[in-house]
Ligand binder design. Structure first.
Ligand code: ZN
Length: 147
């Protein structure tokens, strides 16, 4: 059972997450539990492993709730557009807090999927934003840091 970690000073939310070296059965299980969690919450569009107390570079994103959640292992953002956009963001780990966050509008990200295949994602708009928000979690960065 996954438990959401709350609070801007929560140590696991402030720590740099470890890279995943092997996509073990435990990692797959964790990823699928995270997918299940996000897919069952109509308002949640992204979740990072540190938010469920696992300091690992694993995120799931689902900006379009009519589609399946996307699992990204060891995600890295390789390119950012110069065009930026400000949008209000919330975070499961910071209930009742909304912060306007300025982020690049388009990104190119690289990651592994659950089978260990390299995936390259060109994203814009909400998908780009949610990937950036979740990758921030892997670096111990929270929306309150953008205030
Ligand atoms: Zn968050």
């Amino acid at each position: 059972m996954l438990e959401i970690q709350i609070g801007e000073n929560n140590p696991v939310l402030r720590k740099k997450a470890g890279r995943i070296k092997k996509i073990s059965a435990e990692i797959k299980r964790l990823a699928l539990d995270m997918v299940q969690m996000i897919e069952s919450e109509p308002d949640d569009i992204g979740l990072a492993a540190p938010q469920v107390n696992q300091s690992l570079c694993l995120i799931v994103v689902q900006p379009d709730k009519s589609k399946k959640a996307l699992v990204l292992i060891n995600p890295e953002i390789k390119k950012f557009s110069t065009k930026k956009e400000i949008m209000p963001e919330g975070c499961l780990s910071l209930p009742n807090i909304i912060v306007p966050v300025e982020r690049p509008f388009k990104i190119t990200a690289q990651a592994l999927d659950l089978e260990g295949n390299e995936v390259k994602i060109k994203a814009k708009g909400l998908l780009a934003r949610v990937i950036q928000h979740e990758v921030d979690h892997l670096h111990g960065v929270l929306i309150v840091d953008y205030k």
